[in-house]
Write a protein that binds this ligand. Structure first.
Ligand code: WTA
Length: 655
């Protein structure tokens, strides 16, 4: 942890403001104060009671079987996740309730009821079956934020075919890597999507990726933008042609509680993304319970909006599975907050009378920059609760969110979790917790978290250390696809017996938790996880690059920004003119635009220790313009001064 983080932290810990729950909300809240004691008194029994709210086709015989690191929840139980999310509500007489208010970026709108969703999912499941998709086939979904994305996920879940959603901003190469790693046989995509007012193609990246994916035998293409697209006869099928002609009913089978529901790739500390996989019963229990209790969901009244992309875990758990399992009405918006104007979100909240908004601090800070007057022009009085996720929320952003979006009346739930945890693990409960601006506060009922020192010993109040989860939870990842050794090593070896999250945390004097960000080589850029190694590999992949070191430098808006130090073959001057912009574009082509470095500095040498290790700590100091600490272990201490001078002179600076 850097000095600046420490300073920011001590300021945080002197934060004395408290915001108690509004009385009316507290009186009617789904989570009442006894809940923590109840869950602590019988943890497994409490989770079993949450699971019992779902529809099971066969009961489980054991709540948890735990042989570290292998957990099985609701052993022997059987259910169908899609039936729980859709058919169950129609059968209970809620078919007319709106499942989604969807809004496309160009302004097209569609409202889909639960009954309609059921028909759509059944047709899509029939279509996939006709094309030959079977249980355990992996289906890659590379889509914009359109209703068909949700329908495709649910159709896969209905068939027991694990989906692998790949964020549409990833490159062809990233898509290919994921398809090959999980051996997907099927891809669902679209011609393109709308972003910042223009059509942005997706299908060409699929075509490029599939040049080297012989196992993919079918591609289903949704027509969204109407762009011309390449076509491989026999492999490619239009969604509307195959899906529209299918029957509207489909007999769902039930699957084991531990049947794989999906794989989601996320960055770790090495160059290769990890395929985190989640299973059915425990995951659905976890996301449904956290959604109902943390967001205080009243399905008959609430309009819930998770403003995140379905391509990330937040979208999986809190746009798709949690909200649908709770029979909630949700909003899905395809585009960016500034299209066509910077008031788009506030118009959406007014139009659909959104009651609960869930988003990331980085977006909140962007809105702060755009000015208070924009939300101020809209009637946001339908809102009753606000959520935050993805990175630590600074008290200024928290207070702004509360005042300007929440009208000083909405509680804020700052929710800490990860792709690996499946659902929220640490958060206030809105009818119970007196919140502190910037603190995630307490483990969710039934969750056991601790802050430990280097030796794994719990720290006292007022102290900081590493966040660990001390017992298994229903939504936990069941592994890294195809790599059990890496699963055990990454999460379960650092502190024996506990799950190591990779985050730093502090317990304040009251024992409440404050999250401090990653303690490993994973960067957090606008809430997206990107590994320094992954970007380094992408840079070195360029023929002119000899060596690269990447650091995450603190950034006021995006939390961290990617800064790269690069040496080129033959030295800077004889490089044959490889430009910084070319390298940035190269990273975008290899990983995706989200991984483009903010800044690339071409330098004759990188600072190394005598044993040849690149001193990333020093480079971070340089990138953040801090005084350099101890440089005596460096092989050649003059290198770092040379880099600093170039940095100061703006050499290689971009933007
Ligand atoms: C960070 C996103 C502080 C953290 C759901 C974690 C947070 C990583 C918070 C996981 C929060 C997420 N406060 N930090 N409320 N929520 N993080 O897998 O560093 O994309 O390890 O999952 O985001 O990112 P992921």
């Amino acid at each position: 942890m850097g000095d600046e983080t420490q300073q920011a932290l001590s300021a945080l810990l002197h934060e004395r403001r408290r915001f108690g729950p509004p009385e009316e909300l507290a009186a009617r809240a789904n989570a009442q104060p006894g809940i923590y004691d109840e869950a602590a008194a019988d943890r497994l029994g409490w989770w079993a009671a949450q699971a019992a709210q779902l529809q099971w086709d066969e009961p489980w015989s054991e709540v948890l079987s735990w042989h570290l690191p292998d957990a099985r929840w609701f052993v022997g139980g059987k259910l169908n996740v899609a039936v729980n999310c859709v058919d169950r509500h129609v059968a209970a007489g809620h078919g007319d309730r709106v499942a989604f208010h969807w809004e496309g970026e160009p302004g097209d709108r569609l409202t889909i009821s639960y009954a309609e969703l059921q028909r759509l999912v059944c047709k899509a499941a029939n279509a996939l079956t006709e094309l030959g998709v079977r249980e355990d086939d992996k289906v890659a979904i590379y889509m914009p934020m359109i209703p068909e994305t949700v329908v495709a996920m649910l159709a896969c879940a209905r068939l027991g075919a694990p989906h692998v959603v790949v964020f549409g901003g990833f490159s062809a190469e990233s898509l290919r890597g994921r398809i090959l790693d999980c051996e997907a046989t099927t891809v669902i995509t679209a011609d393109g999507g709308f972003r910042r007012g223009a059509a942005s193609a997706l299908k060409p990246a699929v075509d490029e990726a599939l040049e080297q994916c012989p196992a993919v035998s079918r591609v289903l293409v949704v027509r969204r933008t109407g762009q011309a697209t390449g076509w491989t006869e026999g492999r490619d099928h239009w969604w509307h042609e195959v899906v529209n002609r299918q029957p509207e009913t489909h007999q769902a089978r039930s699957f084991d509680a531990e049947h794989v529901l999906y794989i989601m790739y996320t960055s770790g500390t090495t160059a290769k993304p990890k395929g985190i996989f989640h299973t059915s019963g425990g995951y659905l229990t976890h996301v449904t319970a956290t959604h109902r209790l943390i967001f205080d969901i009243k399905p008959e009244n609430d309009v819930f909006w998770t403003a995140a992309d379905i391509g990330w875990v937040t979208g999986h758990s809190y746009i798709v599975y949690g909200p649908l399992a709770n029979g909630t009405t949700s909003v899905i918006y395809e585009g960016t907050p500034d299209t066509p104007t910077r008031e788009r979100w506030w118009e959406i909240i007014e139009r659909y009378q959104v009651t609960i908004l869930y988003t990331a601090p980085t977006t909140i800070r962007t809105f702060m920059k755009w000015g208070d007057d924009l939300p101020g022009r809209h009637d946001l009085s339908s809102l009753r609760l606000l959520g935050s996720v993805g990175e630590p929320i600074n008290p200024e952003a928290w207070m702004w969110y509360r005042a300007h979006i929440g009208g000083d009346r909405c509680p804020i739930v700052d929710t800490w979790w990860q792709t690996e945890t499946g659902g929220v693990m640490i958060s206030p409960l809105p009818g119970i917790t007196a919140t502190k601006p910037g603190a995630a506060m307490r483990p969710f009922p039934g969750v056991e978290a601790e802050v430990v020192d280097n030796e794994g010993k719990a720290v006292g109040n007022g102290e900081g250390g590493y966040l660990v989860l001390s017992s298994p939870w229903p939504g936990m990842l069941r592994g890294i696809w195809g790599d059990p050794a890496r699963f055990a090593e990454t999460y379960w070896s650092r502190f024996p017996g506990s799950y190591f999250a990779g985050d730093g945390a502090k317990k304040d004097e009251d024992g409440d938790l404050w999250l401090l960000g990653r303690v490993d080589d994973v960067m957090n850029v606008s809430g997206h996880r990107i590994s320094t190694t992954e970007v380094e590999h992408a840079l070195v992949d360029h023929p002119a690059v000899a060596e690269a070191a990447v650091v995450g430098a603190s950034d006021p808006t995006t939390v961290q920004a990617i800064v790269a130090f690069v040496t080129v073959k033959g030295g800077v001057d004889e490089s044959g003119g490889v430009g910084v912009e070319e390298l940035r574009e190269h990273v975008a082509a290899v990983i995706g635009p989200i991984a483009k470095p903010r800044q690339i500095l071409l330098t004759p040498e990188l600072p190394k220790t005598r044993s040849g290790k690149i001193m990333r700590r020093l480079l971070r100091d340089v990138a953040e313009n801090r005084d350099l600490g101890d440089v005596t272990t460096l092989l050649d201490p003059t290198v770092v001064n040379a880099i600093r001078e170039r940095m100061g002179a703006g050499a290689g600076e971009d933007d």
